[in-house]
Design a binder for this molecule. Structure first.
Ligand code: NZQ
Ligand code: ZN
Length: 386
């Protein structure tokens, strides 16, 4: 296990009614920029409730609405402009990962003298940010408790993740009842996303990270158990609560601190979203089994077999055969149990014309300790997923 520093400054208020804690924002200033998406928070009442609590606490509100799924740099620029011209003291995101990510870069952009796209492609330029708060409405990305933000410039087919300590939220409200209205499709995509974060951290050649590995298996078992329940019973509190808390821990450092890992499915998926604007979790579900099959070898079979035994309860002593069964189980879970699109054609990607350029870009982010991937490898994975 490598040396590491683990620091999560985010205060989590978890459970029904915890939005009442938004009154604590008054300690951080007089004016908040409220960021949200296309209106789900107005339909399910969270918007009115948040404005009521902030009003009572004496916090004024400016708004940044219309944050897109796969948030755009143009929207970030709009938010930064509002912060700079109206003297906003803090940023409050109410929504899913897209809204929180947008709010994070707005908060950093408000403290940066230049175009916020610089902060997306040069994370080291993020040196300060306004305090960031979130009310999570969709369990998936873990943005509510992590330093990352992913922003797109569709005019250039670019989608990049950035990160900074100062973009970790100061406080996040996690009320599972707020996710009752998440659609079947987004529930499946969110489950696939949190599973992918866990996989990216779990598959590592670093020996001795036993506790991280067993925690990751516990998270995966939780997601596999509760994902299908949330699909069938959208207002099942136990299912929504377990998914919500599992998602936060999949990416907040708990399961990867001390264990070398290299995220490789995410860079491949970000290229799909950058070129075709698809839903992140659906792209991950499509690519994950194809990636697993591509990297399965005599060397990696023991790791996939451990996954099969500890997560899926598979029996058997032959590692290669258990590994193959584990990958088949993963495939079946995404495409049958969760009913997700099973290949790229199903999300509207019908030909391979962009595969080479996407693979070259993804390869830059895929060098790592589990199985390093070249651009040729990635083209093969895209083809297998077509
Ligand atoms: O726009 P609204 O009206 O809010 O509707 C959203 C959106 O259409 C809707 N939704 C959210 N909460 C809802 C709801 N609908 C009904 N009821 C609710 N309670 O769901 C749709 C998708 O929302 P979005 O925020 O885009 O989803 P998600 O949370 O999956 O975020 C995806 C984005 O996060 C990035 C992805 O690349 C993608 O851009 N990621 C961020 C990460 C991070 N910050 O750590 C890591 C991830 O790997 C990921 O890359
Ligand atoms: Zn993700």
């Amino acid at each position: 296990m490598y040396n590491f520093t683990f620091h999560v400054p985010t205060t989590i208020h978890f459970g029904k009614g915890q939005i009442s804690h938004l009154d604590e924002l008054a300690q951080y200033g007089k004016k908040a920029l409220l960021c949200y998406g296309s209106g789900s928070i107005k339909r399910n009442g969270i918007y009115d409730e948040a404005l009521r609590i902030l009003g009572q606490a004496g916090v004024e509100v400016e708004e940044l609405s219309g944050v897109e799924p796969n948030p755009r740099i143009e929207t970030v620029r709009r938010g930064v402009e509002t912060c700079k011209t109206t003297g906003v003291d803090m940023v409050l995101a109410i929504g899913g990962g897209s809204t929180i990510d947008c709010a994070k870069v707005v908060a950093a952009g408000a403290r940066y003298d230049g175009d916020p796209w610089d902060l997306v492609i040069h994370p080291e330029k993020i040196t300060a940010a306004l305090p960031i708060f979130s009310v999570l409405t969709l369990s998936a990305t873990g943005s509510e408790m992590d330093p990352f933000a992913v922003i797109s410039d569709m005019t250039k087919n670019e989608k990049w993740g950035t990160a900074a300590e100062c973009m970790k939220p100061t406080m996040s409200v996690l009320d599972p009842t707020y996710t009752f209205t998440v659609s079947r499709r987004q529930t499946a995509a969110g489950t696939a996303d949190m599973m992918s974060h866990t996989f990216e951290n779990y598959f590592t050649m670093e020996p001795g990270a036993y506790v991280q590995q067993r925690m990751a298996e516990g998270l995966l078992r939780t997601m596999i158990h509760y994902g299908p329940i949330a699909l069938e019973e959208p207002d099942n509190y136990e299912a929504r609560a377990n998914l919500m808390w599992a998602a936060s821990h999949a990416i907040n450092g708990l399961v990867n601190a001390g264990a070398a890992n290299a995220w490789c499915v995410h860079p491949m998926e970000h290229e799909l979203s950058a070129f075709y604007d698809i839903t992140h979790g659906e792209g991950l579900a499509i690519l994950t089994p194809a990636w697993m099959e591509h990297v399965l070898s005599v060397k990696t079979a023991p790791m996939f077999a451990t996954y099969g035994r500890n997560v899926w309860g598979l029996q058997g002593t032959d590692d290669m055969s258990v590994a193959r069964d584990a990958i088949a189980k993963t495939r079946e879970f995404f495409f049958v149990t969760m009913g997700m699109p099973a290949n790229l054609r199903a999300v509207g990607i019908d030909d391979e014309k962009n595969f080479r350029v996407m693979a070259e870009k993804a390869a830059a982010g895929s060098k790592g300790s589990f199985v390093p991937l070249t651009a040729d490898d990635i083209v093969e994975i895209y083809r297998a997923a077509l």
